[in-house]
Write a protein of this length. Structure first.
Length: 453
C-alpha cells in the first residue's frame, strides 16, 4: 500500500484493518491511499467508509473491527477511512467494494459523488449497513443504489426476521426465521420490484413497525453495472460479535466484491412447488429418496427421480436453489411424461445437469447429452461445491434457456419430434450412492401463452 501504511494494522478492538492516514479508533478522518493492484493481484480489497454528518452510531468502531477480522479470516484486504477525499476514480479503482458503515447525512461533495458513480458503473461493489440508508437524501443515484431511504424506527427490541432467499451468500446460513435484537428501520419506499428481497421483518413480532406485512430489511441488486447489498441490521455494538450477523455481513461483502454469486434480479409471481414444509404433490420414481431437513431436500442413494405430479404449463419459468457437497451428480428434468420408471424422464424429457466434473455436454448447465453450457459464462458465475446456486429454467415453446445465478448459460431448441418441452412434468434427480445434492425453494411462474409459441 502507498504512503508506507501497513496492510494489516491493529485497531484497539483487535481488527485486522489497515488504518488510512489520520483515522484513529475514535474515527477521525483520513484520506485513503489506493491499494497496489498489480496484474497478478488476486486478493479482494474493501474500503470501509464511516463518515457521519448527522447522528453517529457508537457501534462504528465495532463494525470496522468486525470487518477487519472477517477480512483476515477470509482473505480480503480491509481499509478504513472517514475522509471523503478517498473518493477519486484512481483511488476507488483499487477496491472491489466500498462499505458504507452507518454513514449519515451528506458525506460526499459533487466531485466525489461523480467518482463513486463512475466506480459503480465500471462494476464496483457497494455494501450498505444500517444507517447507510440515512445518507445522501438529495443524491438520486445514491437513492437508487441503496434501494430505499430511512424513514423512522421504534426503540431497540427483539424481532423475528423471515428469510426469503436462502441461496444468497448473506442468508444461506440462516434458518427460515431469524430472531435477534436490533433497531428496526422503516423505509420511505419499498425496494421490492427494484431489488431482490432477501429478508423481511415480521411486524407482529415487535412493536412500532410501520410498513405492514411486506417490510424488507435486507436486499441485493445489480445497479448501473455494480453489485449492491444492503442490510438494515447492525445498529448495536453487540451485532458485530454475533456469529450469524457476522456471516450475514460477510456474505454481503463476498457478493459485492464478486467473490460469491447470486441471482439478484427482482422476483415476483412465483408459486411454490416445494416451500420446505413437505413434499405434497411430489412422487418418487425408482430407488432412493430425498431427505427433508431444514426446509431442504437432499438426495439419498438410488437412481431415482422426485417428480411433481402437476403438469407444467406450456410456457414457464422454473427457479430452484441447489448445492453440491463435492463432486456430485444430479439434475433437473423437464418435459417428460408421468411414470414410475425414472428412465422415462431420460428417454422422453430433457435434463439440465448438475455435475462438477464431466465432459462439457454432461456437466453443470448442460442440457445433458445434447448441448454444453457456455462454459466461460457458467464458470464466471458458478459458486463452488458447498455453496448455493440458483437455476432459472425457462421453457417457451420448444426453446429451453438456463440461467445460473441470474446469467444465461445455455439456449437450446428442441428439434426432436419424439420429445416435447411444452407437454410434461418437472423433476429432480437422486443420482446414486455417494452423490449428495440439496435443493431449496422450488418455485414456478407461468409465462404468457404467446411466449410459448
Amino acid at each position: 500500500m502507498n504512503n508506507g501504511i501497513s496492510r494489516r494494522t491493529t485497531l484497539g478492538l483487535a481488527a485486522a484493518v489497515a488504518l488510512l492516514p489520520g483515522l484513529s479508533g475514535a474515527g477521525t478522518a483520513g484520506a485513503a491511499a489506493r491499494p497496489d493492484r498489480g496484474p497478478a493481484a488476486e486478493e479482494k480489497n474493501v474500503l470501509v467508509f464511516s463518515k457521519t454528518a448527522g447522528f453517529r452510531h457508537d457501534s462504528i468502531p465495532d463494525g470496522i473491527a468486525a470487518i477487519g477480522e472477517l477480512g483476515a479470516e477470509h482473505g480480503f484486504g480491509v481499509y478504513a477511512t472517514e475522509d471523503a477525499t478517498a473518493f477519486t476514480a484512481e483511488n476507488l479503482a483499487g477496491y472491489d467494494a466500498v462499505v458504507f458503515l452507518s454513514t449519515t447525512g451528506d458525506v460526499l461533495d459533487e466531485r466525489q459523488q461523480a467518482a463513486f458513480e463512475e466506480y459503480i458503473r465500471r462494476g464496483g461493489g457497494y455494501v450498505g449497513v444500517h444507517a447507510a440508508a440515512d445518507t445522501e437524501y438529495d443524491w438520486p443515484f445514491y437513492g437508487g443504489l441503496v434501494g430505499a431511504y430511512f424513514q423512522s424506527h421504534p426503540e431497540i427490541q427483539p424481532a423475528a426476521i423471515e428469510v426469503r432467499d436462502r441461496a444468497h451468500p448473506a442468508t444461506a446460513h440462516l434458518g427460515t426465521v431469524w430472531e435477534r435484537t436490533d433497531e428496526w428501520y422503516d423505509y420511505r419506499t419499498n425496494p421490492r420490484g427494484q431489488a431482490r428481497i432477501l429478508a423481511v421483518l415480521d411486524e407482529s413480532s415487535y412493536s412500532g413497525g410501520g410498513m405492514g406485512e411486506d417490510h424488507p430489511i435486507a436486499w441485493c441488486q445489480e445497479y448501473e453495472g455494480g453489485r449492491v447489498f444492503y442490510t438494515g441490521l447492525g445498529h448495536t455494538k453487540e451485532s458485530y460479535t454475533e456469529p450469524e450477523f457476522r456471516l450475514h455481513l460477510l456474505g454481503g461483502i463476498r457478493y459485492a466484491t464478486g467473490e460469491a454469486h447470486a441471482d439478484a434480479r427482482p422476483e415476483n409471481g412465483y408459486t411454490p412447488l416445494f416451500d420446505g414444509t413437505g413434499t405434497d404433490g411430489w412422487q418418487q420414481a425408482g430407488p432412493g429418496h430425498f431427505r427433508l431437513d431444514d426446509a431442504t431436500l437432499t438426495s439419498v442413494g438410488g437412481m431415482g427421480l422426485l417428480w411433481h405430479r402437476e403438469p407444467a404449463p406450456a410456457a414457464y419459468s422454473l427457479k430452484l436453489d441447489w448445492r453440491m457437497a463435492g463432486d456430485d451428480n444430479s439434475g433437473v428434468f423437464v418435459g417428460f411424461p408421468p411414470s414410475d420408471d425414472p428412465q422415462s424422464a431420460v428417454d422422453h424429457g430433457y435434463e439440465v445437469q448438475i455435475d462438477a466434473t464431466d465432459v462439457p455436454e454432461r456437466t453443470t448447465g448442460a442440457v445433458y447429452g445434447f448441448q454444453s453450457a457456455d462454459l466461460a459464462a457458467r464458470d464466471a458465475v458458478l459458486n463452488p461445491p458447498g455453496e448455493w446456486n440458483t437455476y432459472e429454467i425457462r421453457v417457451e415453446g420448444e426453446r429451453l434457456r438456463v440461467f445460473l445465478n441470474g446469467t444465461q448459460i445455455n439456449d437450446f431448441t428442441n428439434t426432436d419430434p419424439e420429445r416435447g418441452l411444452t407437454d410434461g412434468h418437472i423433476g429432480i434427480q437422486n443420482h446414486g450412492e455417494g452423490d449428495e445434492v440439496s435443493f431449496r425453494d422450488i418455485r414456478l411462474k407461468e409465462l404468457p401463452a404467446e411466449s410459448g409459441r
